[in-house]
Design a binder for this molecule. Structure first.
Ligand SMILES: [Mn+2]
Length: 233
């Protein structure tokens, strides 16, 4: 079976409970549509677990990208002096904005691991693809964190800019592809902001799966692409 989930945001316990609920086996594939880090308490623990699993395929989210930008300069003994040396004033300001926007939990856990472990996390974040395409039976699913910014039907996915895929929210009321077997699955936009409910939202072959796992009233959602069955934790 093929499964997709998104926006785990450091919710390591919910992730473990979901894997148990799915009874994920080695024959299954699980795609994670980005934003593994920030906000929730255990983003680094979560990533270290994902790194060990051969059948889990993460893609990049805007938070993962931002964390990678800053963490690559923090693979040393972190002191106020070493941070001053590694960052310009402007970069330090940007980093404070990231810390304020959920990065604090990632930064806190990152400081507690060894330097070789930090380098592994940075290399992992750097290696994340910006999209995946999955074929299940006669359906084709485009998996991307936020949407297809500056969309054109004939634009190959490889030509989209990172910010077009990581930050541009899709319009749920727009049909992007004429092919009725072609779907776009995204995270990034919590479904309570679209429908008012923490439920997977389907409209015009767009599927929104971020149900706000890191928020008090949100849930972690997972969708099975073979059966369209929905799972919630
Ligand atoms: Mn996001």
């Amino acid at each position: 079976m093929y499964y997709v989930m998104s926006d785990l945001h450091g919710e390591y316990q919910k992730y473990l409970r979901m894997l148990e609920l799915l009874q994920l086996s080695e024959e299954d594939s699980l795609f994670i549509l980005g934003d593994m880090v920030d906000r929730g308490k255990q983003p680094v623990t979560l990533i270290q677990d994902i790194m060990t699993r051969k059948n889990i395929f993460p893609i990049m989210g805007n938070h993962d990208c931002l964390a990678w930008c800053f963490l690559q300069n923090l693979c040393m003994d972190i002191t106020s002096e070493s941070i001053m040396a590694a960052f310009s004033n402007e970069d330090a300001q940007e980093m404070l904005l990231w810390i304020d926007d959920g990065g604090a939990t990632t930064f806190a856990e990152f400081q507690k691991i060894s330097i070789p472990e930090r380098k592994e996390i940075v290399a992992f974040l750097e290696s994340l693809p910006l999209y995946e395409i999955v074929h299940v039976k006669d359906k084709k699913f485009i998996l991307v964190h936020a949407g297809l910014g500056n969309f054109r039907p004939d634009k190959p996915l490889s030509e989209y800019l990172p910010e077009e895929l990581l930050l541009t929210r899709g319009d749920p009321d727009r049909r992007f592809f004429e092919d009725e077997n072609m779907y776009i699955i995204t995270g990034h936009t919590p479904t309570p902001l679209i429908s008012g409910k923490p439920e997977i939202y389907h409209s015009m072959n767009n599927i929104y799966i971020d149900c706000g796992a890191c928020f008090e009233t949100g849930r972690l959602a997972c969708l099975c692409l073979d059966t369209m069955q929905e799972f919630y934790v």
